[in-house]
Ligand binder design. Structure first.
Ligand code: ME8
Length: 510
């Protein structure tokens, strides 16, 4: 089965921040899990480069929009490998292939009779690049998101007949209650539709920085339609000489933040229907990251979690793990350096790190690095029964935080098993050699299983650990807890998650 997953594409008027990193990591976890299941995955991310916010920011710096876009797109792109994001393509909406395809699709929408020319007048936020409807506007005609003063704008432009899709959208939401996930976001989208949909402006006459309207060259498309179409256009040119549309369209998940719900849950499916294209399976709406004090992160408040600082000090896996574990996917969460440090110490270093070094050390010391050929302990087998199915079922519902919790319960169970069975004592008694071998074989198998399953969250550490366990198969087909094991050769490795006081030294190592 094909599994196409996308993130929002980031505005290049600013530089990447933790919210951007969080979204890319969250989508990456889903993509990696599906690859482990053997699905045919395509994972797209990129940058949103047209529109007023970018043009304004460029002019404020005295440079051309393209120069600003080039500079900042490079920073967004560079963030991806640093976060171990496994995207298959990076789209920039200034790519000529994207622009051509946007024109083709929207010309079809025009030819299908869904656009008309009219006069638009309303309150406009240049930061959102969006007109605001009366009931959203804050006192003093301010933007509900940016709180800045809105400007009164009137211009002749092309309109998309969104209002005529009212019934079709209601039917879509009725027939597919999980079209927008989670439920809270779905309800919000439905409430927006229930208010009654107004037509939306599709083009801008004043702006030059955008994709020109093919049937009226004096206009450029409103940046949101250009941007939304990235999910579709990328498949046409992501692979040279190949069109991936048939293979991957429609997407399984568009992963987005809650501030851009209306565009993805309402405008986007209507636009696709207007272009005779199938709509995506799901729009998944994640929450917002806030500081540990519950306030929006800001440098002046000193509650910022800087992704680059975390990566440098603890590695990308620690950041990925912390965000996936701390912030329930689909809900808001408070994050910061204190919380990260606490989970790093307690969970990564003490629980998983310790389990790994103990298991590898005991197999080296007592078994000469060879995993004993033995039946695994039925008690552990029982504790692992249903784990794979449980993790997959949670991932099917995009509940990655709960999936991680299920895996983590087994990490804790394995540590408890070590304490219960005390292999170092068994090793003192030659008469209990069989027992020792069974305990170590069972531990090895448990550690192998959790490592395979946790790979999407901490890919680099999991890869190192699997290699040390002498087992290279990271597919989920290999993630069942076996009744009998043996034969692999383990090796010992430096701590996966060095203790904090050691972190600086470890970072200095090659
Ligand atoms: O909205 N916590 O771009 P963008 C979590 N270009 N997620 C956050 C966040 C936070 N504190 N702040 C932002 C745009 N995000 C458009 C998208 S898609 C066709 C066009 C998320 O750079 C935000 O919700 O403002 C969005 O999903 C993504 O980062 C990009 O935000």
């Amino acid at each position: 089965m094909s599994f196409y997953i996308t993130t929002a594409i980031d505005y290049v008027n600013g530089v990447p921040h933790l919210g951007h990193a969080y979204e890319k990591i969250s989508a990456d976890v889903l993509a990696r899990h599906q690859r482990q299941r053997g699905e045919d995955v395509f994972f797209l991310t990129g940058t949103d480069e047209h529109g007023e916010p970018v043009a304004d920011a460029a002019h404020a710096q005295g440079i051309e929009p393209q120069a600003l876009a080039d500079r900042n797109a490079a920073r967004f792109k560079a963030l991806l490998p640093a976060l171990e994001i496994s995207n298959d393509f990076f789209i920039r909406t200034t790519d000529p292939e994207h622009k051509r395809r946007v024109q083709e699709v929207l010309a079809r929408v025009h030819d299908n009779g869904h656009v008309y020319k009219g006069l638009y007048e309303g309150w406009y936020c240049p930061r959102c690049a969006d007109f605001k409807v009366e009931n959203e506007i804050l006192e003093g005609n301010r933007c509900p998101i940016h709180e800045i003063a809105l400007t009164r704008e009137a211009e002749e432009n092309w309109f998309f007949r969104l209002s005529t899709f009212q019934d079709a959208l209601e039917r879509l939401f009725d027939s597919r209650p999980d079209f927008v996930m989670p439920t809270r976001a779905c309800n919000e989208a439905r409430a927006f539709i229930a208010q009654g949909l107004q037509d939306v402006s599709l083009s801008r006459a004043k702006l030059r920085w955008g994709v020109s309207v093919p049937w009226d060259e004096g206009h450029v498309f409103y940046v949101w339609f250009d941007a939304l179409l990235n999910y579709y256009t990328a498949l046409h040119y992501a692979r040279a000489g190949e069109d991936l549309t048939e293979r991957y369209w429609p997407a399984q998940y568009h992963v987005i933040g809650k501030d851009i719900l209306k565009f993805h849950a309402v405008f986007w499916p209507a636009m696709l229907m207007a272009a005779d294209l199938p709509v995506p399976a799901h729009v998944f709406v994640h929450g917002f990251l806030m500081g540990e004090d519950g306030r929006k992160m800001s440098k002046s408040l000193g509650n910022v979690l800087d992704p680059f600082e975390v990566i440098e000090r603890y590695g990308a896996d620690a950041l990925r793990f912390y965000l996936a574990r701390e912030v329930v996917f689909g809900a808001d969460g408070n994050v910061g350096m204190n919380g990260l440090r606490a989970r790093y110490d307690a969970e990564l270093a003490n629980e998983l790190g310790n389990l790994a070094s103990r298991t590898l050390a005991m197999l080296s010391r007592y078994c000469d690095q060879a995993v004993p050929a033995a039946d695994t302990d039925p008690a552990l087998r029982e504790d692992f029964a249903g784990l794979l199915e449980g993790v997959c079922a949670l991932f099917d519902a995009a509940e990655s935080t709960r999936a991680l919790d299920l895996i983590w319960q087994r990490v804790r169970r394995l540590n408890q098993y070590v304490e219960e069975r005390r292999p170092w004592e068994l090793a003192k008694d030659e008469g209990r050699r069989g027992e020792l071998e069974q305990v170590l074989a069972s531990l090895w198998e448990g550690l192998r299983v959790v490592t395979v399953m946790i790979t999407p969250f901490i890919p680099q550490s999991a890869g190192r650990l699997l290699e040390a366990l002498g087992e290279s198969d990271a597919s989920l087909a290999a993630a069942g807890y076996a009744a009998r094991v043996g034969g692999a050769t383990v090796s010992t490795i430096p701590p996966l998650f060095p203790r904090l006081e050691d972190a600086a030294t470890a970072a200095a190592q090659p």
